[in-house]
Design a protein around this ligand. Structure first.
Ligand SMILES: [Mn+2]
Length: 238
């Protein structure tokens, strides 16, 4: 396991298949500024509002992000990418540009502190929507629809699912229960995305943090020598 002294955290940018070039570039210039003093970028899921790749084809809408990942690698920075509930259909493309893809929670020791990172969508009870979209048979079927049609359907479904979940108040208790179980398993800090709001809960000496989203709030996190701080990015228009 690599040692990281300073890590930049971003989650839930939800870049869409249409018209997200500007927001991708905005994130790109933010990351490139911040990353200079960091060793790695951790993306905690739902970076793309919908992503699917075929054996020979990748979505062109996210080209700016692919370039960003490659640039970061060239700068000697590591990129860790947790798949979310909107962008789990990754093949081996990101790996080929040097990104480490995590499909489930992962523990890192940062500055002597055990951090557990997860997107957070599969916490709690059985989720029928997740079951349908993460199902191998459906994935197989989707592969055989023409991409221009499949992506259009997926774009609408992704949008609706995001709107419906943003109207529901998150039941935070199940996430806290999840964090407690991870504390018992040795984590000192549990960090998730997914909920789009920022929360910090202290349980004794342990911390449970919901990072909040980049899409609306421009929340981000920095971990330095084991200590996490949560921030918001504000930039005056140029
Ligand atoms: Mn999510």
């Amino acid at each position: 396991m690599k040692r990281y002294r300073r890590v930049l955290l971003v989650s839930d940018t939800h870049f869409s298949l249409r018209n997200s070039k500007g927001s991708q570039e905005e994130l790109g210039s933010f990351v490139k500024k911040q990353i200079k003093s960091c060793d790695a970028l951790f993306l905690l899921g739902d970076i793309f509002d919908f992503y699917h790749e075929y054996n020979h084809v990748i979505p062109k809408a996210f080209f700016s992000m692919y370039v960003l990942f490659r640039d970061l690698k060239d700068m000697g920075k590591d990129v860790h990418y947790w798949t979310g509930n909107h962008d789990f259909w990754h093949g081996d493309f990101l790996k080929s540009v040097g990104v480490v893809v995590h499909r489930k929670e992962e523990m890192f020791n940062l500055g002597g502190v055990n951090y557990l990172f997860a997107h957070g969508d599969d916490i709690g009870r059985f989720n029928p929507v997740n079951f349908i979209i993460k199902n191998d048979i459906n994935r197989f079927l989707f592969r055989h629809i023409h991409p221009d049609i499949g992506f259009e359907i997926a774009r609408v479904v992704s949008r609706l699912s995001r709107i419906s979940s943003s109207r529901k108040k998150p039941r935070i208790k199940k996430y806290i229960d999840f964090a407690r179980s991870k504390f018992r398993a040795g984590a000192d800090v549990v960090v998730i995305g997914h909920i789009h709001e920022q929360y910090t809960f202290k349980v004794g000496e342990k911390l449970f943090i919901v990072l909040g989203d980049w899409m609306i709030h421009r929340y981000y996190g920095l971990i330095e020598d084991g200590r996490i701080s949560l921030r918001r990015w504000n930039q005056l228009p140029e």
